[in-house]
Design a protein around this ligand. Structure first.
Ligand code: ADP
Ligand code: MG
Length: 239
């Protein structure tokens, strides 16, 4: 049975169909790459899965239970966490407080939430920056803190929205290692990313969307040589 099953998912914004009759599944233990040109609907899909937006049509099932209509905090409690394409920390709070707030969604107890926060921050390599203001972190560390905030909620499924955006090659390398490490702890991952090298290295399987529709699905090497995918990225003439 799939951990996550999306079927017939559609979301309109006025006259624009941002996600169109989309179906795919994610198996427990998988790293699924979700790719597509800018504006193809990737972030909208994450917003739909996490309850930030409601679908116009379609089903989203986690462990075979429909989660459509649940509020974001309820989706978090079911075990889905996400990071944002644009990091949104509370800049005046410390790194530790930022992560603890996320943990409080699941744990009512402040001491427990703090312990969870520290555990998650150690996992992402921020153990020595616990008590500095989030605003003092480099972009790379802010992205790590975003991931720690997601991990502090105890997810079984982690949605990463362009976690490598703005990083230099060395930081990208480290971030890829971190994603693989998180996966090795038993967390299933959906990775939205433009950096193809990272998608090729990390993903077990890739779903490609264009204008909200799935145009290809399969192992990374197969998908990147698919004429429909090449055409979606580079225009029809190349294909
Ligand atoms: P991606 O993450 O793949 O770049 P998005 O999901 O952000 O794409 O956007 C898909 C399309 O939906 C774009 O045309 C975008 O302008 C539109 N869109 C996204 N969110 C909204 C919104 N809240 N209201 C109106 N249009 C939106
Ligand atoms: Mg996006």
């Amino acid at each position: 049975m799939a951990l996550l099953e999306i079927s017939g998912l559609t979301r309109n914004f006025g006259g624009l169909r941002a996600v169109s009759n989309l179906s795919f599944t994610v198996a427990a233990g998988e790293i699924l790459g979700l790719i597509g040109p800018n504006g193809s609907g990737k972030t909208t899909i994450f917003n739909l899965i996490t309850g930030f937006l409601s679908p116009t049509m379609g089903d989203i099932r986690l462990d075979n239970e429909n989660i459509v209509g649940l509020k974001p905090y309820a989706v978090t409690r079911r075990g889905i966490a996400r990071t944002f394409q644009i990091v949104k920390p509370f800049p005046h709070l410390t790194v530790r407080e930022n992560a603890a707030l996320a943990a409080l969604v699941r744990l009512g107890d402040r001491a427990q939430a703090d312990a969870e926060a520290v555990r998650a921050l150690k996992q992402v390599g921020l153990a020595d920056k616990l008590d500095i203001p989030a605003s003092d972190l480099t972009l790379s560390d802010q992205k790590r803190m975003e991931i720690a905030r997601a991990l502090a909620t105890g997810p079984k499924l982690l949605l990463l929205d362009e976690p490598l955006g703005g990083l230099n090659p060395r930081e990208m390398e480290d971030a890829c290692g971190l994603i693989e490490h998180i996966h090795a702890t038993g967390i299933t991952v959906i990775l939205v990313e433009h950096v193809m090298k990272a998608i090729m290295r990390i993903s077990h399987r890739v779903v490609v969307i264009r204008q909200g529709e799935k145009i290809a699905e399969g192992p990374p090497a197969q998908v990147v040589s698919d004429p429909a995918v090449i055409s979606a990225y580079f225009g029809k003439r190349v294909a």
